[in-house]
Design a protein around this ligand. Structure first.
Ligand code: ADP
Length: 245
């Protein structure tokens, strides 16, 4: 498919002498979904932060197609169509599900903030398509504040989809979810990937297995192992890092 690949090439981030990322290289192809796992402190959050421009690499480059993200500010990176979903949902409780999606459609990328808007037919169709994609069509006119934890997470993914991302970065989407919500989330992300690239950071290995895609294991700021989940789980280096101490 067309679209941009994400390249991290020899990326290091040093905080006060501590290497949070250490010569990290990674490629995510257009339409690919990549799961990134690793123990606490492995550098997963820092990796997301260098992609979105929140943190500057000390060395190395981050590119999205021909765009050198290391030379761009956060707003310009968001405007390329790189959306990030943080662990905690930031939906508007006093608006309905439909209105939350409508708001996201009108807000500039990366700056979801309250705006006045009028809704045309095209917008309504796009919202309805997204409601189907996130599985909340039946809840469209309920207030976001009464949704379950899982439903709020899906709504927030829907809000990002309204902004036509090319690359979606998702931080620990299933933390605190029931098993059923976790399964729904895996199916949702599998649907989204393909027309967009997705990078998912997650601790829950059963969820990562349900995603069924290539996994990158980070350790001490660099790639320890990469491949299908069964392969990385059988990798002695991964076993040592997860269980060996
Ligand atoms: P993960 O998300 O995999 O748990 P992080 O990327 O949050 O790992 O952190 C990697 C390491 O970098 C950790 O040891 C953390 O303490 C350190 N770190 C992260 N951000 C900062 C910062 N702003 N200043 C100093 N150290 C930081």
């Amino acid at each position: 498919m067309k679209g941009n690949s994400l390249y991290l090439d020899g990326v290091s981030v040093v905080f006060d002498g501590f290497r949070a990322l250490n010569n990290l290289s990674l490629i995510v192809e257009p339409g690919e979904m990549r799961a990134v796992i690793g123990p606490n402190g492995a550098g997963k959050t820092t990796m997301m932060d260098v992609i979105t421009g929140k943190t500057r690499p000390t060395a190395g480059t981050v590119r999205f197609g021909d765009h050198d993200l290391t030379r761009m500010d956060e707003a310009s990176i968001a405007n390329l169509g790189i959306g990030r979903k943080f662990q905690k949902p930031t939906v508007f409780d006093a608006l309905t599900v439909f209105e939350n999606l409508e708001l996201a459609l009108k807000a500039p990328r990366g700056t979801l903030s309250a705006l006045h808007w009028r809704l045309g037919t095209e917008a309504r169709e796009k919202i309805e398509e997204t409601l189907g994609e996130i599985g909340l069509a039946a809840r469209a006119h309920d207030l976001a504040g009464i949704l379950s934890h899982g439903q709020r997470q899906w709504l927030e993914i829907g809000m990002l989809l309204m902004q036509d991302p090319q690359l979606l970065l998702v931080d620990e989407p299933v933390a605190g979810m029931t098993d059923q919500e976790t399964e729904h989330t895996a199916a949702l992300l599998r649907r989204i990937a393909g027309t967009r690239s997705v990078v998912v950071v997650e601790h829950d290995l059963e969820f990562v297995r349900a995603l069924g895609r290539k996994v990158t294991v980070l350790h001490e700021g660099t790639v320890l192992s990469e491949g299908p989940i069964d392969q990385v789980q059988a990798d002695p280096r991964v076993i040592e890092v997860y269980l060996g101490r």
